[in-house]
Design a protein around this ligand. Structure first.
Ligand SMILES: Cc1ncc(COP(=O)(O)O)c(C=O)c1O
Length: 364
């Protein structure tokens, strides 16, 4: 019998999945620009420019790394309960909210099921849909990037299981209104409201988990708490769904360093929320400065980033390339709708100034 190659044994729907387009790490960006690592301005990953709480760093250095973490996340869920005002039974943590997105696909989606994604949005939902073998239905957002409720409703059929909404939406910056979320929940599908940027907007639909057992709210410690590198996020949902996530997740999914850092961060929330406030102020100043420039249109944002639209795709590409050649990295997107746009994260005041100076010179 002719021997099969290992790759011939891969499940067919997975064989063609393309690698997720990630943001490159700083040393790779620096090498590409031919600039020392410490001189680059990294504004392409919506990371927190102020980093973690010093108390989180201390907690990581003291964490018992030789002990497995608690699979039931008792202390963490209690601390998140105190932070969110929701019961520990309604909360489950993951290795980043990315892991929770993946777990939701495992729980609900089998090949043939369909997923609704309001485009343009965070690429992870589409990526996980491909990995799960689900059928991805892209519903275009309206002119102001608002959710098109009628288009969502008419895309639903008997195979549709989940609607994903990022609010604030990454990369467009706008929020989903509570009445829109309620209208989506009334479809009876699982509605995932991804509030990765909640702390920068102050708006949440999390308390609706008491009214709707089909609501899942996702949050992360990556953005407001500066823990992107440790990978820790959490979901808020009906306790019955939490139990099922506990059943299927890998037992030690949140590592002990991430757990220690998250607990210390929640304890030091006033310090971290002070940094959030500085980022929000920086965002408003950056929005005003970009508005005053010719050729760049900044979209209003409730996150820690701004979507910038240029006159045409070529200008957007040129801006991206020229910024990169100066060691300033922003995010560009492949989709048709965003071909004339790039997204910039809010950095420290000096990073923001470097970005704005460069944009002013390049756009001139
Ligand atoms: C909307 C949205 N959801 C989730 C994530 C992923 O967060 P985490 O770092 O917790 O996996 C991001 C990261 O950029 C995001 O923009």
């Amino acid at each position: 019998m002719p021997q099969k190659r290992a790759t011939d044994l891969i499940r067919p729907h997975l064989a063609s999945v393309q690698t997720y387009q990630p943001v490159d790490p700083p040393e790779v960006l620096a090498a590409r620009a031919g600039i020392p690592r410490e001189s680059i301005v990294k504004l392409n990953g919506n990371e927190n420019p102020y980093g973690p709480s010093p108390k989180a760093m201390e907690a990581v250095s003291e964490a018992e790394l030789h002990i497995y973490p608690d699979p039931f996340q008792r202390r963490l869920r209690a601390a998140l309960s105190d932070y969110t005002g929701l019961a520990p039974d309604n909360i489950i943590a993951g290795a980043g909210s990315d892991e929770l997105i993946d777990l939701l696909f495992r729980l609900f989606i089998e090949p043939g099921d369909s997923i609704l994604d309001c485009d343009p949005t965070f690429a992870m939902y589409a990526f996980c849909a491909r990995v799960a073998g689900g059928e991805l239905r892209l519903i275009q957002r309206g002119e102001l990037f608002q959710i098109d409720l009628d288009a969502v409703r008419s895309a639903i059929d008997e195979n549709t299981k989940i609607i994903f909404i990022s609010s604030p939406n990454n990369p467009t910056g706008n929020l989903a209104a509570e009445d829109e979320v309620r209208a989506l929940l009334d479809t009876g599908l699982i509605v995932v409201i991804d509030e990765a940027y909640f702390e920068f907007s102050g708006e949440t639909v999390a308390p609706l988990v008491h009214e709707y057992d089909n609501l899942v709210v996702l949050r992360t410690m990556s953005k407001w708490a500066g823990l992107a590198g440790l990978r820790i996020g959490y979901g808020i949902m009906d306790s019955g769904l939490v139990d099922h996530i506990v059943d299927i997740k890998s037992p030690y999914n949140v590592n002990i360093a991430a757990e220690a850092a998250a607990l210390a961060s929640l304890d030091d929330r006033d310090y971290l929320l002070g940094n959030v406030q500085r980022i929000v102020e920086g965002r408003e100043r950056m929005h005003d400065a970009l508005t005053a420039m010719d050729g760049v249109k900044p979209w209003p944002s409730h996150g820690n980033y701004i979507l910038c639209q240029m006159d045409c795709p070529e200008r957007a590409q040129d801006m991206f390339d020229q910024l990169a050649s100066r060691g300033i990295f922003v995010r560009k997107f492949g989709s048709d709708r965003l071909r004339d746009c790039f997204r910039v994260a809010i950095g420290t005041p000096s990073e923001n100034a470097a970005f704005l100076n460069a944009v002013g010179e390049i756009a001139r």
